[in-house]
Design a protein around this ligand. Structure first.
Ligand code: SAH
Length: 270
């Protein structure tokens, strides 16, 4: 294990870390080694890396596979990785780019887009992900029903994948040092069970329910009737027919929330 002198590398390249792009570079090679080992990459597996930065993960990934796609928004870093590692880098915003088919994703993500990028990855599908997040966000991803961090992102993520924090990483492992600690999360996607009849409707209802996660489902639906496209009376009548109408969203597990969604669809269709 060694600690890289990232400050010096950046100075040599004439690059100043960008806050807007969430640039906190991992400097502890032991953590990079660990993350890539944990991904358990078989030769030929298609790997995706988002935000390779200076390439600490990238150079380890190319030792494991010949099929690596990297997407980097910063043109200077994209160019740097291309010449340093002789690979092609897609210089794009991952949120706008079309994702290739891939088996595994290994990345130290830009934290300001954690939620959007995670949902995009899960909608796309893959076998396994090892992703570094801000610790607080990781706590949301793995949160169980009834606990304080349980929120819409917990539900949307656990609907499609088993999510586990596999390692905590202290802020001192990055340059520049961020304000918060980090954690590595392993995501293992599986088919949703039970499945919502409409994922779009599930996603929309979770946004509404979790914007009032401590209020009763019934009250939430009635007060948000406009967002649901219903008048108040219809919202009340629909809520009366739903399971768990007197429970609070924060207490409900994913299968209960799917049951609410499916019943909602049944009672509002046609
Ligand atoms: N993986 C590197 C860098 C992590 S910092 C390391 O561990 O050291 C986050 C990286 O994501 C930076 O390289 C940043 O430029 C890149 N990035 C930020 N926003 C992005 C976006 N929307 N799409 C793709 N890359 C992005």
């Amino acid at each position: 294990m060694s600690i890289l002198n990232i400050g010096e590398d950046l100075r040599a390249l004439g690059i100043r870390p960008s806050k807007r792009l969430g640039q906190h570079f991992l400097k502890d090679t032991g953590i990079a080694d660990w993350m890539v080992e944990r991904a358990d990459i078989a030769p030929g597996e298609r790997i995706l890396e988002i935000g390779p930065g200076l390439g600490i993960l990238t150079e380890r990934l190319i030792r494991k596979t010949t099929s690596l796609t990297t997407i980097e928004k910063d043109p200077a870093l994209a160019k740097h990785i291309e010449s340093k590692l002789s690979i092609e880098v897609i210089n794009a915003d991952v949120l706008k780019a079309e994702l290739p088919e891939f088996d595994k994703v290994v990345s130290n993500l830009p934290y300001q887009i954690s939620s959007e990028v995670t949902l995009k990855l899960l909608e796309h599908g893959f076998k396994k992900g090892l992703l570094m997040y801000q610790k607080e966000f990781a706590d949301h991803l793995v949160a169980e029903a009834g606990t304080r961090p349980y929120s819409r992102i917990s539900v949307m993520c656990q609907y499609r994948a088993d999510c586990t924090i596999v390692r905590n990483v202290s802020k001192g492992s990055f340059h520049p040092v961020p304000k918060v600690d980090s954690a590595i999360v392993e995501l293992v996607p599986r088919p949703p069970y039970p499945a919502a009849r409409s994922e779009e409707e599930f996603s929309r209802l979770m946004t509404i329910l979790f914007s009032h996660k401590n209020r009763k489902v019934r009250n939430c639906l009635v007060s948000e009737h406009r967002r649901l496209g219903l008048d108040k009376k219809a919202a009340r009548a629909t809520a009366d027919n739903l399971p768990y109408a007197d429970e609070r969203p924060v207490k409900l597990g994913i299968k209960d929330l799917v049951a609410i969604t499916n019943s909602f669809i049944e009672h509002t269709d046609g």
